[in-house]
Design a protein around this ligand. Structure first.
Ligand code: HEC
Length: 470
C-alpha cells in the first residue's frame, strides 16, 4: 500500500470480538489509476500557493491585465481545467513550460482545492461499500457520541466513561475494525464526528461523507469541491420540512454547509469570507441555534514572496443562524482594513495590518455570554496585539469583550515580509522565511523574553516555535 493511501484513510478500532467488518472499505481498493503517481508528490493540496504567487500573480489579480481571470475565479475551476490550461496546447502553455510536471499539478490542485481526478472517484455512488439500508437517523440524546471538536461547549477533550463505554484497561485490546480510504485523497486532517451511530468526515478530496460507525459502509457523500480540514458538528434543525438533524461543516474555500444527516441534501450554503485564500481549518461550534465558524487563510504560506502583494487576509469568527445560514455577526481579529503602506522596487505594494487566522474551534462560556478563541500569526509586521493571542467576544453581537495579551513566556511569530524598505531594483530574489518567521520586535517587547531588537530580526530566548524549513 502506498504512503499516500495510508495518509488519506481513517481507521476505526474496536474491541476484539466485536462486530465483524462486513461492508468495510479496503483502503487498498482506492483506485490505482490516479493521474498523479509521481514519487515527488508533496502531501496536501496547499503547497501550490507559493508557485501560484511566483508564477501567476503578475497577471491573475493584477488590475492591469484585465482579461486574466481573478484568483477567485480560478479557484472555482476544477483542477483538470487549470492543469489542462498549463499543458501543451492550453491557454497558459507558455507559463506551464516554466514549471515541472509536479509543479503544474500542485498549482492546479491548490487553486481548485482538490486533487486531480477526485471528482470522478470520490462520490458514494461510485463506491463498492455503500450501505444497503438507510434507517431513519435517531435522536442522539443520551447515546454515545463525539459531536464536533469537543464533547461539550467548554472545548474539553475528555469523555466520561459512561459515554465512551471504554475503560483504560480496554485500550491495549483495541484492534482495527474497519478502515475507509478517501478516493484520490492525499491528506486527512479532519477529526470525525460520531452521532447516533453515524460517522461524518471529510478529507482533501472534495467530498464529505456519512458512514456507518459500526461497519464503515457509506450512507452518502456530498461534494464540497474543496478540502475539508476541520471536524463537523450535528444538531437539530428547524424550518426544513422532514429534516430533523443537520450536520454543519466548513471547507477550504470558506464555504459553510448545512446538510441533512439522513441523505446529505444541502439545506444551505454560505460563503463567509471574500478573500481568495480564506478558508476554514477548524470545526464550527454549535450553541443555542448559533453556528460559530472560525475563519483563517493560506496567505502566510508565502507571505515573503516578492511578487505577492502581502498581505490582505484577516482571521475572524462568523456567527450564523444554524437554521437558515443567515449571518448574525462577524468578529474580526484585526478590525482595520489592510491599507497599502510600502511600494517595493519591483512595483508591488505591501499591505497591513493582516493575519490572525483562527485555526481552532471557538469555546462558549454560557455564564459570561462570551465566545473565546485563539488567534494565529500576523502576516505583515508589526504584529497587531490581537494576533497570536486569545480573544473574547460577546455571544450575541461579536463585539470584543476584553483586550488580549500573549502569555508572558510565549514568543509569537509573524510570517511577515522580511523587508522594511524598498529593495534596490537589481535585487530580484524573494526574501526568505528564515528571517520572516522570527518573532516581530513588537510582540517580543510585549512578551519581554527576547533579545537584540533593532535592525536585525530579534530572537526569542524562550521561543516555543521552530521556524518552518522553506
Ligand atoms: C502574462 C500574464 C499571465 C500569466 C503570468 C498567467 N496567466 Fe493565466 N491567463 C492570463 C490571461 C490574459 C488569461 C485569459 C486568456 C483568455 O481568456 O484568452 C488567462 C487564463 C487562465 C486560465 C483560464 C483558462 C480557461 O480554461 O478559461 C487559467 C486556468 C490560468 N490562466 C491559469 C494560470 C496559472 C495557473 C498561471 C501561473 C502558472 C497563469 N495562468 C499565469 C494571463 C496570464
Amino acid at each position: 500500500m502506498s504512503r499516500r493511501r495510508i495518509l488519506a484513510a481513517i481507521g476505526v478500532a474496536a474491541l476484539i470480538g466485536a462486530v465483524t467488518p462486513a461492508g468495510a472499505a479496503d483502503p487498498a481498493a482506492a483506485p490505482a489509476s490516479h493521474p498523479d503517481a509521481s514519487p515527488v508528490r508533496t502531501p496536501g493540496t496547499e503547497s501550490g500557493f507559493a508557485l501560484f504567487q511566483s508564477h501567476c500573480t503578475a497577471c491573475h489579480g493584477n488590475p492591469a491585465v484585465e482579461r486574466a481571470p481573478l484568483p477567485e475565479a480560478l479557484r472555482t475551476m476544477p483542477p483538470e481545467r487549470i492543469y489542462a490550461a498549463l499543458g501543451a496546447g492550453g491557454l497558459m502553455a507558455a507559463q506551464g513550460d516554466t514549471l515541472t510536471e509536479p509543479e503544474r499539478r500542485r498549482i492546479a490542485e491548490f487553486m481548485s482545492g482538490r486533487p486531480l481526478g477526485s471528482a470522478t472517484v470520490g462520490a458514494a455512488s461510485a463506491m463498492a461499500n455503500q450501505c444497503t439500508r438507510n434507517p431513519t437517523v435517531q435522536n442522539p440524546a443520551g447515546r454515545p457520541q463525539w459531536n464536533g471538536w469537543s464533547t461539550d461547549g467548554s472545548n474539553r477533550r475528555f469523555q466520561p466513561a459512561a459515554m465512551a463505554r471504554l475503560a483504560p484497561r480496554d485500550v491495549p485490546q483495541l484492534k482495527l475494525k474497519w478502515a475507509f480510504g478517501f478516493p484520490s485523497g492525499v491528506s486527512s486532517n479532519a477529526e470525525p464526528t460520531i452521532v447516533a451511530g453515524r460517522l461524518y468526515v471529510g478529507s482533501d478530496n472534495g467530498y464529505f461523507y456519512a458512514l456507518d460507525a459500526n461497519t464503515g459502509c457509506v450512507y452518502w457523500s456530498f461534494e464540497t469541491g474543496s478540502i475539508i480540514r476541520g471536524t463537523s458538528v450535528v444538531g437539530p434543525v428547524s424550518g426544513h420540512p422532514t429534516v430533523r438533524y443537520a450536520v454543519y461543516v466548513g471547507d477550504g474555500h470558506a464555504n459553510v454547509y448545512a446538510l441533512d444527516t439522513q441523505n446529505g441534501a444541502l439545506l444551505w450554503k454560505v460563503h463567509v469570507d471574500d478573500h481568495f485564500v480564506a478558508r476554514i481549518t477548524a470545526g464550527p461550534r454549535l450553541y443555542d441555534g448559533k453556528l460559530l465558524v472560525p475563519v483563517s487563510s493560506s496567505e502566510e504560506f508565502n507571505a515573503g514572496t516578492a511578487v505577492y502583494p502581502c498581505c490582505t487576509s484577516r482571521g475572524s469568527v462568523v456567527a450564523l443562524d444554524a437554521n437558515t445560514g443567515r449571518q448574525l455577526w462577524k468578529a474580526w481579529v484585526i478590525p482595520e482594513t489592510p491599507q497599502p503602506y510600502l511600494q517595493q522596487a519591483n512595483g508591488v505594494w505591501l499591505y497591513r495590518p493582516a493575519g490572525g487566522g483562527i485555526w481552532n474551534t471557538p469555546t462558549v462560556d454560557a455564564r459570561r455570554h462570551a465566545v473565546y478563541f485563539g488567534t494565529g500569526d500576523a502576516t505583515t509586521a508589526p504584529s497587531p496585539p490581537t494576533t497570536d493571542a486569545v480573544m473574547a467576544v460577546d455571544l450575541d453581537t461579536g463585539k470584543t469583550l476584553w483586550p488580549t495579551r500573549p502569555p508572558p513566556t510565549m514568543c509569537a511569530w509573524a510570517a511577515a515580509p522580511a523587508r522594511t524598505k524598498a529593495r534596490p531594483a537589481r535585487r530580484t530574489t524573494a526574501p526568505t522565511w528564515t528571517s520572516a518567521t522570527r518573532p516581530s520586535s513588537s510582540i517580543c517587547r510585549m512578551a519581554g523574553a527576547c533579545s537584540s531588537p533593532g535592525r536585525r530580526p530579534p530572537t526569542c530566548s524562550r521561543s516555543i516555535l521552530t521556524p518552518a524549513a522553506h
